[in-house]
Design a protein around this ligand. Structure first.
Ligand code: MG
Length: 160
């Protein structure tokens, strides 16, 4: 059995008139992610972690911004395409750990819902998926509420 670890990070500006998408769910918020796709920062970090684990490049090389095919794309769909690549390489997910950094709104009541939704998208049990949420203690652009950041680490194992 071969193990592979991958890491991903993403950040988006928060602006009025956009949805705040996180883990495939829309979170009620006055501001949302500015992006070419739906801007789901957590899924983007996760996609980069999955691609990174298998040295398959990054999200920008697979889903280039500017390509009309990905304009306003659902990040859940991009994740499905990425999972197909992982399966094609003969790997499956052991576990995922992630952190979302956001000043407001607080994600306390959403974390479990996001975890359930994302575990279904990833075809794993929710026990294999950890989602942590924290503020930036008002420090830097995230702390000033100008953006949202996500970090993810994923461990894969070969099926054979
Ligand atoms: Mg992104």
């Amino acid at each position: 059995m071969t193990l592979r670890i991958g890491q991903g990070w993403d950040v988006h500006r928060l602006v009025p008139g956009r949805k705040l998408m996180l883990g495939g769910l829309e979170i009620p918020s006055e501001l949302g992610e500015e992006a070419f796709s739906d801007g789901d920062v957590l899924i983007h970090a996760l996609i980069d972690a999955l691609l990174g684990a298998l040295s398959l490049g990054d999200i920008g090389s697979h889903f280039p911004p500017g390509n009309s095919r990905w304009k306003d794309a659902s990040s859940s769909d991009l994740l499905q395409i990425t999972l197909e690549l992982v399966e094609k390489e003969g790997f499956s997910i052991v576990n995922v750990d992630s952190t979302v950094i956001l000043e407001t709104p607080k994600l306390k009541e959403w974390k479990e819902k996001i975890r359930q939704n994302l575990s279904v998208l990833l075809k794993i049990s929710s026990k294999q998926l950890s989602i942590k949420a924290k503020t930036a203690e008002k420090l830097g652009p995230m702390g000033e509420g100008k953006g949202i950041e996500a970090q993810a680490v994923v461990l894969l194992q070969s099926k054979g």
